[in-house]
Design a protein around this ligand. Structure first.
Ligand code: MN
Length: 229
């Protein structure tokens, strides 16, 4: 088979302590999965079924990068999130089996053009331009689950220029990681290489050119990036 042009490389994420890299298949994101964030977005934190949106696989951006301030927005927001990396193929996964699909965990940031998101929401239109832009998924190297064990609690936090903006605990997720895997697998065939951004706690807010952003999840280290001047 000949290709009409060089397709470039499949996007990948580093794996802690290894030279092998994790090839990214798809990026799924969960909306409003912490009660305090659901409230700050004007939503109802009751336990409605989780909802999902996606980012393109090549939105992944390595920790330590300088991220360009994206075009067509005046309100770029940070959203610190625990990311689950999927290591097996499956659909209609049973709750008791869900954890076996986890390859590992990382810290990610679901960068959002909030002004475009609110305009889309008010017009009943899709979120794609608000969520799925270039460099919209900064992420740390992935820790294998064999090294961390199951992550069901632990602090999640984010600072901008050393000022604390977001601070919560993974135990406050409305939908647990196994529940997210079960629900997502009723919509899509999960594949090795999928990443799931599991939602952000309250405290989301704007980023300006030149801002230094750090964020972490207990056991998983720190995600750092800078917004370009
Ligand atoms: Mn998010």
């Amino acid at each position: 088979m000949n290709l009409a042009f060089d397709p470039g490389h499949r996007p990948t994420v580093a794996i802690v302590g290894e030279s092998d890299r994790f090839p990214v298949h798809r990026i799924y994101c969960v909306g409003r999965n912490y009660a305090d964030h659901a409230r700050e977005m004007g939503g109802n934190p009751e336990r409605e079924p989780p909802f999902f949106f996606t980012k393109p696989a090549d939105a992944v951006t390595e920790s330590g990068s300088t991220v360009p301030y994206p075009p067509r927005t005046a309100n770029l927001h940070h959203e610190i999130e625990l990311v689950v990396a999927i290591g097996r193929e499956g659909r209609d996964i049973a709750l008791k089996d869900a954890n076996a699909y986890i390859f590992g965990y990382a810290v990610g940031n679901d960068l959002t053009r909030r002004d475009l998101q609110f305009a889309a929401r008010d017009a009943g239109r899709p979120w794609d331009t608000a969520k799925g832009f270039d460099h919209s998924a900064p992420i740390t190297p992935i820790h294998r689950i064999e090294d961390t064990g199951l992550i069901e609690k632990g602090e999640i936090w984010l600072t901008v220029n050393d000022a604390m903006r977001q601070r919560s605990n993974i135990s406050d997720l409305i939908w647990s990681i196994p529940e997210i895997i079960v629900e997502l697998s009723t919509l899509y065939t999960l594949k090795p290489g999928d990443l799931i951004f599991t939602g952000t706690p309250s405290g989301v807010g704007p980023l300006q050119p030149g801002d230094e952003v750090q964020g972490g999840v207990e056991l998983l280290g720190t995600l750092t990036f800078k917004i370009a001047d």
